[in-house]
Design a binder for this molecule. Sequence first.
Ligand SMILES: NC(=O)c1ccc[n+]([C@@H]2O[C@H](COP(=O)([O-])OP(=O)(O)OC[C@H]3O[C@@H](n4cnc5c(N)ncnc54)[C@H](OP(=O)(O)O)[C@@H]3O)[C@@H](O)[C@H]2O)c1
Length: 291
Amino acid sequence: MSAEIFDGRVFSEKIYKSLKARVQKLKARGIVPGLAIFSTKGSLAAESFVRSKMKDSGKIGIVCRSVQVSSLGGSKNYARAIEATLKDKNIHALILLKPLPDGADIEQLESLIGPEKDAEGLSPAHFGRFFSARDFDEIKEKRLIVPATALAIAEILKGLKFPFKGKKALVIGRSNIVGNPAAHLLTMMDLTVTLAHSKTRNLRREVGESDIVVSAVGSPHLIKGSWIKRGALVIDAGTSAVKGKLTGDVDFDGALKKAAWITPVPGGVGPVTTACLLRNVVFLSERAFQK
Ligand SMILES: NC(=O)c1ccc[n+]([C@@H]2O[C@H](COP(=O)([O-])OP(=O)(O)OC[C@H]3O[C@@H](n4cnc5c(N)ncnc54)[C@H](OP(=O)(O)O)[C@@H]3O)[C@@H](O)[C@H]2O)c1
């Protein structure tokens, strides 16, 4: 048995098709959605993130601006640059990409971004609204701003012909940006979810008992292929740089022999995350002109 390999680039085209139509409507009213990404120089994962966002933004008509923060020096200058961008009427959404430069105060900088321009859905207003939603349909209908990687994981699961209702899912990683919201979305989708983290006692056993494994750790090859339950669905959101190459959390070759479906790194969760993030940008742009 060899697992089917999920193609995130093909999958994300479906999302872009509907986004293009929305962007066209905005442009007809003279509005061009704008995104600003603040990133730190020298991180391979961050560079790849910015490149993919710039490329895909251009494809659907969003203007994407990259701000390299190491050149700004110090938290104060960083804060000033964020504040100036927040006042810019051509920018409707903003992302602060981690890692931030040494000495930067993440919480203080993140708190500068209000919900109006928060593309990542991490501000308390978006996060609270998301966690109070009744079900997945409400998220779609109300166009809630949800952390993009978590939403990408849910969209992938929905898009595959894999019967998931009532099944056992393991989400590894409990950050607010990926693991925690992914576990919440999967619970809303009627899976029975276990949330694992660095203090989980027997990760191997948890993996082996799960029909769906979602990994969001950032530890290359943490999950061995032999751990995977036969016929499972494996969604690998982890990205680490190993000898200059992006690598996931799962031993891909090993998992291929056991799983029914697997997402590769790169080319799996990443492109769908980009599409979900740009959807947030379009939603924020639409909201800015609905008031
Ligand atoms: N594909 C994409 O588009 C995309 C987007 C965003 C992030 N990512 C990737 O997703 C990964 C996670 O990102 P993040 O921001 O959520 O990272 P994070 O904030 O560092 O969280 C990592 C999580 O993994 C857990 N963990 C660490 N070691 C573990 C172990 N040995 N066993 C089980 N759990 C362990 C941590 O547990 P504790 O809470 O106990 O410390 C933590 O909850 C990274 O590789 C990142 O690059 C990918």
